[in-house]
Design a protein around this ligand. Structure first.
Ligand code: SAM
Length: 241
């Protein structure tokens, strides 16, 4: 369970309504049952205590955090259609992404409508939270508000390896894995994956001018969500070695 408070060993934390419902009604947990608690920085075991219709968690032991990838990965992803987008968030969280930046580009079929933006963002972050809890991650994945493609240029940081997976890169670009092998370990990786329609040449050129390297994910054209899962797996696996 994620808590907003800073965890201090032996200091009880009152669980919020959502956690209370899950603990008592879904999992039917009892006094002294053990849960995992995290506050974005640390992961602990905690014992449950029920009192006056509330549930408290008493953290008693820190757990070594093995849930982070060796290098944090940001996924910038072209907006894709409903169900696939939800699946994308869920699986990217399981695969260790640190944050997701949705974007719209010239060949995106899905348009980013301004209305209900907050509701949509809340839903996306809820999917991320549930996925992080399910795979017992120690930190939540943030799903940002969608941005226009050109704003991706503002996301580059020093010592970040900026990559764009381009479906036509097979002809002129390097495979992702061989590019990783040629670079020294960065402090962060930013990978950009296109939506169903892929990228216009000018879009790829714009990012290239801003220190992004163009990579191939192999000779087969993958669906957008498959491309994201493949790229996240290759990058995280590479730096685990
Ligand atoms: N509509 C495009 C076409 O027909 O060529 C395909 C776009 S693909 C479904 C969506 C995104 O996945 C691409 O923009 C790219 O980021 C990524 N992708 C898929 N296969 C790839 C590959 N073999 N190499 C690099 N990127 C790939």
């Amino acid at each position: 369970y994620f808590v907003k408070e800073h965890i201090v060993l032996d200091q009880p934390i009152q669980m919020d309504d959502e956690a209370f419902h899950h603990i008592s009604h879904v999992l039917r947990m009892k006094e002294n049952d053990i849960i995992r608690l995290c506050d974005e920085k640390q992961l602990c075991y905690a014992r449950l205590h029920f009192e006056n219709g509330a549930v408290y968690a008493l953290p008693y032991e820190r757990i070594e955090d093995k849930t982070k990838t060796a290098v944090p990965i940001t996924l910038a992803m072209g907006l894709i259609k409903g169900d696939k987008w939800d699946l994308l968030i869920q699986k990217a969280c399981e695969l260790g992404v640190e944050q997701i930046i949705p974007f719209t580009s010239s060949r995106c079929v899905v348009k980013n409508k301004a209305e209900k933006q907050d509701k949509k963002l809340n839903r996306w972050n809820k999917i991320a939270k549930e996925a992080c809890e399910q795979c017992k991650r120690s930190a939540l994945v943030k799903v940002h508000a969608p941005i226009p493609f050109a704003e991706l240029t503002k996301w580059t940081q020093p010592n970040t390896l900026n990559l764009i997976a381009y479906e036509a890169a097979d002809l002129e670009g390097q495979h992702l894995a061989s590019l990783l092998a040629q670079h020294k370990k960065p402090s962060h990786v930013l990978i950009v994956i296109g939506a169903e329609g892929g990228f216009a040449k000018e879009e790829v050129e714009l990012l290239r001018q801003h220190d992004f390297a163009c990579v191939s994910l192999g000779g087969r054209i993958l669906r957008a969500e498959t491309a994201a899962f493949y790229a996240l797996s290759v990058i995280s696996f590479y730096y685990e070695l």
